[in-house]
Design a protein around this ligand. Structure first.
Ligand code: ACO
Length: 279
């Protein structure tokens, strides 16, 4: 097949409040080239503030989620051009992963197959990660003579126990989706035939929650990993108060009213009806 145009390296559709975004180079196992990285940032930016997007799902076309960085276009070709090109392509890749880590909307990684090396950047960036039990996860860097860069080592120690992360990085052996779940790399692994159904179920639950509270929550949880207890307590007070700028007082009053007065829901069992919030 002739080379894919930049705009075709990422596919997406918005359906029922969910943006389904796909790495779209199945013939290259969705490895990340500079073109794909540029296009992904464009797509993420175009979706972030759309009112009809409540949740974003990141998945892969074909049998891969992403086979990591493109060894030809991201490494070999940029190295041939010189340092300026290497740095440019690093910024393009790291740029969209960072954007995704702090995305305004909740994000779910739906890992349908291969996930290697650089793929750990977007994997970590997504708030929730649901894998097919037979997906394959690998820090394969050691198998081709580099170290797990681009944040991949950091992702491993953030998500996995140190002994597991070290073994994973040094041995270059793959984990199945099921093992990735056991070792903390993903939230949950489900049989391949249930993957879409489970992710849709999660997206539908997220859609029912108050979007401002969700955004504040996901950012707060991410910040917690690098804060002392006292700083965390303080940050959380400030973040809750900042929610007031987005109608947080009215939101909480309405949620409390539905529970205490209307008795129409129980917070311990599900979300309140956000459509009744008065601006
Ligand atoms: N970089 C460049 N090209 C790739 C990559 C990649 N990361 N992954 C797959 N491709 C290309 C192959 O070269 C091949 O191209 P061709 O059709 O022009 O020959 C095509 O995608 C299909 O790949 P196959 O290897 O034929 O597919 P298969 O299903 O047999 O194997 C697998 C899939 C295991 C994912 C294999 O492609 C592979 O090992 N890829 C590399 C994975 C990897 O180590 N990535 C780098 C991680 S480290 C980092 O990201 C920094």
């Amino acid at each position: 097949m002739s080379e894919r145009a930049e705009e075709d390296t990422v596919a997406f559709e918005v359906k029922d409040g969910v943006a389904w975004v796909k790495f779209n180079r199945p013939e290259k196992r969705n490895c990340m080239s500079p073109k794909l990285n540029r296009q992904m940032l464009r797509v993420l930016e175009s979706l972030e503030f759309r009112d009809d997007v409540k949740v974003l799902v990141l998945t892969g076309e074909g049998d891969a989620w992403s086979a990591g960085m493109d060894l030809k276009e991201y490494f070999r070709e940029t190295e041939e051009q010189g340092l300026w090109s290497i740095r440019k392509s690093q910024r393009e890749a790291y740029g969209w992963w960072e954007r995704l880590r702090w995305y305004e909307k909740p994000t779910v990684a739906m890992i349908n197959g291969w996930c290697f090396g650089g793929g750990y950047g977007p994997l970590f960036a997504c708030d929730i990660a649901i894998a097919s039990e037979d997906a394959q996860f690998g820090l394969s860097e050691i198998n081709w003579g580099i170290l797990p860069g681009g944040g991949a080592s950091k992702v491993a120690v953030e998500l996995m126990p140190l002994r597991k992360a070290m073994y994973h990085a040094m041995m270059g052996e793959n984990l199945t989706g099921k093992q990735a779940e056991e070792q903390g790399l993903v939230t949950e692994a489900v049989p391949a035939e249930k993957l879409l159904e489970r992710v849709t179920e999660i997206a539908n639950e997220l859609k029912k929650k108050d979007g401002h509270s969700l955004r504040a929550t996901k950012w707060a949880v991410r910040r917690m990993t690098e804060m002392t207890y006292d700083n965390a307590e303080d940050y959380l007070i400030r973040a809750q108060e900042a929610l007031h700028n987005f109608g947080g007082v009215a939101t909480r009053k309405e949620a409390t009213r539905q529970f205490l007065d209307e008795k129409s829901y129980k917070p311990g069992l599900g979300a309140f009806d956000t459509s009744k919030i008065k601006a």
